[in-house]
Design a protein around this ligand. Structure first.
Ligand code: GLP
Length: 257
């Protein structure tokens, strides 16, 4: 695992945007898998700006999203499809047929999960997986528990995760779906390359446990330790609890930007 600590969230987002731009320059038909949440908004703003300035082109890129709520349609204001349209897709001119999200209103949710796995395989697998991290260590909607599902599956959300997503539903917790569909940890770990972006004090504790603690289903992000090509991009606050002499100490880099 490589850990890069940036001055602030803006610098961290700019760095990840540069990584994506470079990957797209190398391979315009890049297959990206994308997260939602507050953290990537500044990154998506940076990418939008880069597209507007002609520095990045998504015309041939393919995207998958990690997860989607169950029981609400794509057009619902709280859906992750709506989030992605607002923060990225509508601003970067990506053909929608190349953007893939799970359908949380599919009649047969198990079949929908299987369809999604086939679509990823059909695209040749994910080249670059971007991730955020939940306060309880979830990635996508893989919640902590006694076991983890490898493939795309249906997941019951914890009350903490539902609270963290309430803003998408006008702050009304009762409106937040109780279940979601999510790529599994196996789906995520099959990506060629993974970048995890985490910013802010609130993530410092879980970042330390995920990077320095044992690999455990009770902290799904800890499984990233098993992947051969992971970069964790943090701001100073999110990195503030990493042990200076910890397992990753020598590999922490601090870019000037
Ligand atoms: C949501 C998403 C995750 C995301 C997490 C963190 O629950 N399903 O993919 O990483 O929240 O969100 P935030 O960036 O708002 O802290």
């Amino acid at each position: 695992m490589r850990i890069t600590v940036c001055r602030d969230p803006e610098a961290a987002s700019a760095l990840v945007a540069r990584r994506i731009a470079a990957a797209l320059a190398r391979d315009p038909a890049l297959v990206l898998s994308l997260p939602t949440g507050r953290t990537p908004i500044a990154l998506y703003d940076r990418l939008t700006q880069a597209v507007a300035e002609g520095r990045v082109d998504f015309a041939r890129a393919v995207t998958f999203n990690l997860d989607e709520f169950v029981g609400i349609g794509a057009a619902h204001p709280g859906s992750y499809r709506t989030f992605m349209e607002r923060h990225l897709f509508s601003r970067i001119g990506i053909p929608r047929r190349r953007t893939h999200l799970l359908d949380g209103r599919a009649r047969d949710l198990a079949a929908e999960c299987a369809r999604f796995e086939r679509a990823i395989a059909g695209a040749g697998g994910v080249d670059l997986q971007l991730l955020g991290i939940g306060l309880n260590g979830h990635v996508g909607f893989n919640e902590p528990g006694p076991d983890l599902m490898a493939g795309t599956h249906r997941m019951k959300l914890t009350s903490q995760t539902r609270r963290a997503n309430a803003a998408l539903f006008g702050g009304d917790l009762r409106q937040v779906p109780r279940e979601a569909l999510t790529m599994g940890m196996g789906t995520i770990l099959r990506a060629q390359r993974i970048i995890l972006l985490a910013t802010g004090w609130s993530k410092a504790r879980i970042v330390r446990r995920a990077l320095e603690g044992p690999v455990t289903t009770w902290l799904p992000a800890s499984f990233l330790q098993l992947h051969g090509d992971v970069e964790v991009v943090l701001d100073r606050d999110a990195a503030s609890r990493l042990s200076p002499q910890g397992p990753h100490g020598p590999r922490v880099t601090r870019p000037r930007s």
